[in-house]
Design a binder for this molecule. Structure first.
Ligand SMILES: [Zn+2]
Length: 263
């Protein structure tokens, strides 16, 4: 274990609204160790030892009741959290449905969380994946994890700009307030993403290794050393227990949002 990080620690849940939970089929890439989420080369092991589709497989979106329970737990613990939402749900045919339309009840609970000051909604991309040529779809004999990242440097600048501004539009219209934090899907981003993010009104970038991208005009960076990150999948599969464990292990002063930790 390294020393406790200086400054407040943010709690962050990723992948709400991301259809990658349906289309992305591969092995485990994060392990929980002492309350932290750490990288794990699970694709290799998974593909080597286990049938590629059956053991990881798709999981469902969090429903309103589960989000309500999470908000109550945060409130009781005096904690706040950032929820990284992918603004567009990628349908099987590649068309996009905005998260607030696709999951109306759940998204309303999230908005209540924002209104109650318990939740910061962050931009977790527009699609969470590479859309073109159906590359997001599952494959029979290999993982497709690489296609479930959105902001590759090899994608044209216009794609970075379009995806970020569409996601901002959907989330900000729905919440009626600015969205200031970007959580790049899968920690993949480029200078093109950063330029587009600042243009779209984003002010903070939160991901693994974020500080390596500093400085960038108009943006602050919050490394995952200062963030306890988990996924909606943890709550879908584990119920409330994983969140309870994280809240019980909160640092002195409790968890804050990414935006607050970066301030
Ligand atoms: Zn994600």
């Amino acid at each position: 274990m390294t020393a406790a990080p200086a400054g407040p620690v943010a709690l962050r849940m990723d992948d709400v609204g991301a259809a990658s939970k349906r289309h992305e089929v591969h092995g485990l890439t994060r392990l929980r160790l002492a309350g932290l989420s750490v990288p794990f080369p699970g694709n290799f092991l998974f593909l080597k030892y286990l049938p590629p589709i059956k053991c990881w497989g798709p999981y469902r979106e969090l429903v309103a009741g589960e989000l309500e329970a999470a908000l109550e737990r945060l409130a009781r613990a005096g904690a706040r959290m950032t929820v990284a939402v992918t603004a567009g749900w990628v349908e099987d045919d590649g068309s996009i449905t905005p998260y607030p339309s696709k999951y109306a009840d759940a998204s309303r609970v999230l908005r209540q969380g924002v209104e109650r000051g318990l939740v910061e909604v962050a931009n977790h991309g527009y699609t969470h994946c590479v859309l073109r040529d159906g590359r997001f779809r599952p494959r029979l004999f290999s993982g497709n994890r690489a296609e479930h990242r959105e902001f590759y440097d090899w994608l044209p600048e216009a794609v970075h700009r379009e995806h970020l501004s569409r996601a901002q539009g959907i989330l900000q219209d729905f919440l009626g307030r600015p969205v200031e934090t970007l959580v790049p899907p899968g920690n993949v981003l480029s200078r093109k993403t950063l330029g587009a993010a600042a243009e779209a009104g984003l002010r903070v970038v939160s991901c693994l290794g974020a500080s390596a991208w500093a400085p960038a005009e108009g943006l602050a960076f919050l490394d995952d050393k200062r963030v306890v990150a988990f996924h909606d999948r943890d709550l879908v599969l584990g119920g409330a227990a994983p969140l309870d464990r994280l809240l019980a292990a909160a640092p002195p002063g409790g968890y804050v949002t990414v935006r607050e930790a970066a301030a």
